[in-house]
Design a protein around this ligand. Sequence first.
Ligand SMILES: Nc1nc2c(ncn2[C@@H]2O[C@H](COP(=O)(O)OP(=O)(O)OP(=O)(O)O)[C@@H](O)[C@H]2O)c(=O)[nH]1
Ligand SMILES: [Mg+2]
Ligand SMILES: [Zn+2]
Length: 292
Amino acid sequence: MKGRILQGIGSFYTVESEGQRFVCRARGRFRKQRLTPMVGDEVLFAPPGPAEEEGFLEEILPRKSELVRPPVANIDLLFVTAAAAAPQPDLLLVDRLLVRARKAGIETALIINKTDLDPEQAAAIARQYRGADCRIFCTCACSGEGAEALLAAARGRIVAFAGQSAVGKSSLMNALFPGLGQETGGVSRIERGRHTTRKAQLFPLEGGGYLADTPGFSLLELESGDPDELRQFYPEFAPYEGSCRFDGCAHLSEPGCAVKAAVESGDIAPERHARYAALYAELKDKWTHRYA
Ligand SMILES: Nc1nc2c(ncn2[C@@H]2O[C@H](COP(=O)(O)OP(=O)(O)OP(=O)(O)O)[C@@H](O)[C@H]2O)c(=O)[nH]1
Ligand SMILES: [Mg+2]
Ligand SMILES: [Zn+2]
């Protein structure tokens, strides 16, 4: 049978197929092939026989996309989530997630949650990402404001939340699915740096598609690579490519740089550009020392 992995606990996987759920174990040969089944994987499996508790995963079908953080496969759309406040938004982490998703061929949207705590900060973040080619959703999980729009964007697709711990990913899931009962963490837990959600889990949507809750994280490295490829993952730079004085301009401090000019005139958010420069420097350092 063909199905999709909704969750994995140890070596047990919950597979959904035609509205039914089956518990399956991974065959030993996956381990030999160093292949770990992931949430979101499309699989061929043998369902449990009449007297058996669990079936077996037989094969993992080719992945359309794959992310390590959060650990999900075959995502069409990533809900990169930040909070307007509590925790302070880590926009460098947001940018890392956007770059990684774009590299993996995954569409992105930016969710700014907890708008009730600091509406001005929410609007300021939204302004920074105006040219970043991602839809922006401002939400409040407490009142449910803006949550319905997430569902509309997710329908028929495979979508995962991603972001810092305590930004409200599970709270948004609960707002969207009354009765779901995803555990959410109190503020004291955030202060101790604890994560509440431990495992990625996919939830089927009515009318098709899936939405995944995922564990939060605060560290994410960019995959090492040529720093001069980074700029192609900044959609706001695209209109200016080819207009700089020098071919292959990195848009940092070169004279006659059209991107820098756009930053100075306010057409590109200076904060986005500053973080681009930071990520460029980080990649450059790794790239220079790659044979060391
Ligand atoms: N004021 C306010 N608080 C919120 C909102 N959304 C979530 N919270 C609170 O923020 C805290 C953390 O929410 P969670 O949903 O557990 O956060 P999470 O992103 O799932 O965190 P991890 O599972 O650790 O990654 C909880 O105390 C929520 O009640 C919101 O829109 N406004
Ligand atoms: Mg959570
Ligand atoms: Zn330039």
